[in-house]
Design a binder for this molecule. Structure first.
Ligand SMILES: Nc1ncnc2c1ncn2[C@@H]1O[C@H](COP(=O)(O)OP(=O)(O)OP(=O)(O)O)[C@@H](O)[C@H]1O
Length: 291
């Protein structure tokens, strides 16, 4: 969840509790940045790539966390990324979403949008949604309110109070509720949902913005087997319509959803191919899968 949306949600929670203070009424004019898709500046995928990284490097205090990393993702693809702890998976997502600036390299969204020229909130608006490992829904709001909130533009409390879903947005909300298996729980407080349901709700909040690309960091960590299986079904349904990059350590989950698997190690691509191919790669066995 982006800081902007967290701020909007905090205001909504505060209103519920009747504690909106003067200082909370304006948000500093920042745009809500939750994967909101803007019609202008459509992503050009004519060249067959929705995401393109070339020779990207970043160092922290002299340590190369990302080292000449190159990879690309096709439109509608569900790409799995695996690799040992410290391989650079989270840092790669930080670079794509504008949270971290690389020292060098190229990062393009489609063939025309140079992501290195955009700030974090703008990148979300361009259609890149990110889900962090820990679910960050608004526990004191209902499932419906969380999804509704994801549609809002951040124009202050007054705007939020007057905000009403139009029929297209209502239809989208109903569709998202079905997709994330929470139609029966629409009026429940998010805080009362299971861990897996909270994860789905946060994915639903991203989907409300109809992102082109979804980055999902360890989405099934802490889920029950049943929740993991339903999440696999969900991702398989989302691919095609959206492009997905899924970072996960759960190999049985990867086996269920994967087409191409990228193995990161020491900040660059060690191997790439089907799961069978990378699992039988000696270098991958050595650094990640164990003997
Ligand atoms: N802001 C930072 N300052 C210093 N070092 C950092 C910073 N961010 C990441 N690192 C280092 O960069 C390396 C890559 O970290 P990163 O979190 O991207 O790995 P990862 O593949 O996501 O690991 P994990 O599977 O454990 O989540 C690690 O050695 C980490 O300590």
């Amino acid at each position: 969840m982006t800081p902007d949306l967290m701020e909007e949600g905090a205001l909504r929670v505060a209103r519920h509790e009747g504690i909106v203070r003067e200082g909370m009424t304006e948000s500093g004019g920042r745009a809500a940045g939750f994967g909101r898709h803007v019609t202008e500046g459509e992503v050009d995928v004519a060249h067959g790539r929705i995401l393109y990284l070339e020779d990207v490097s970043v160092s922290f205090d002299g340590f190369k966390a990302i080292n000449k990393l190159s990879l690309d993702i096709s439109p509608g693809e569900l790409r799995c990324v695996i690799g040992p702890n410290g391989a650079g998976k989270t840092t790669m997502m930080d670079i794509i979403t504008g949270k971290t600036r690389p020292d060098s390299g190229t990062v393009f969204f489609g063939s025309t949008i140079n992501l290195l020229r955009h700030r974090e909130a703008e990148i979300a608006q361009l259609g890149i949604g990110r889900k962090f490992q820990k679910p960050t829904v608004f526990e004191q709001l209902t499932v419906f309110e969380n999804l509704e909130l994801a549609l809002k533009t951040n124009k202050g409390v007054k705007h939020s109070m007057l905000f009403k879903l139009d029929s297209v947005q209502s239809d989208r909300l109903a569709e998202v509720l079905e997709t994330i298996h929470l139609a029966e729980s629409v009026s429940r407080m998010a805080g009362n949902l299971s861990h897996g349901q909270k994860q789905w709700l946060e994915i639903g909040m991203l989907l409300m913005q109809d992102p082109k690309l979804l980055l999902l960091d360890e989405p099934v960590a802490g889920m029950t087997d049943e929740e993991t299986a339903r999440t696999a079904e969900l991702f398989l349904r989302l691919k095609g319509k959206h492009s997905l990059m899924v970072v996960e350590h759960d190999m049985s989950f990867i086996k269920t959803i994967s087409e191409i698997v990228t193995v990161l190690c020491d900040g660059s691509v060690l191997a790439q191919g089907t799961l069978d191919e990378v699992q039988s790669d000696e270098r991958v066995i050595e650094v990640y899968l164990g003997r």
